[in-house]
Design a protein around this ligand. Structure first.
Ligand SMILES: [Zn+2]
Length: 132
């Protein structure tokens, strides 16, 4: 009786995605390396997904605010008014210093920051389209 067990693979499921593991050693825990890595990363950095989605949410919100201003033809706005719209200046996708100017971007929308205002808001995509 004992020897027959060897021929009946106990149905096992991937610990990450729950899919049935169809091949490999009977003690396999994951269906593929991606699932294995995801499972271990989640245990190593349990807050990571939450942090990433929270940062992305803020960046997307900032982008939506700038996009709305840009479409309205507003390219300068003071910090107070910007903050009242919900803009959080800590969340950007790039920054560089050009001479004395601090140039920021959130995806395609680029702007300068002075101590009192955001100015020269432009869409890099639309600037590119104009050149064509
Ligand atoms: Zn899996």
């Amino acid at each position: 009786m004992a020897y027959t067990l060897k021929y009946f693979k106990i149905q096992t499921r991937c610990l990450q995605c729950g899919r049935e593991i169809l091949y490999g050693r009977s003690d396999r825990k994951f269906c593929c390396n991606d699932c294995k890595n995801q499972y271990h990363n989640k245990r190593r950095y349990p807050m990571r997904e939450e942090l990433e989605s929270s940062v992305l949410r803020r960046i997307n919100l900032n982008h939506a605010i700038l996009q709305r201003l840009y479409k309205m033809g507003v390219n300068t706005i003071d910090h107070i008014a910007l903050a009242q719209l919900g803009f959080d200046a800590r969340f950007v996708t790039s920054f560089c210093r050009v001479g004395r100017h601090e140039v920021f971007a959130i995806f395609d929308l680029q702007y300068e920051m002075t101590p009192s205002r955001l100015k020269n808001l432009v869409s890099l995509l639309e600037e590119e389209d104009k050149k064509r």
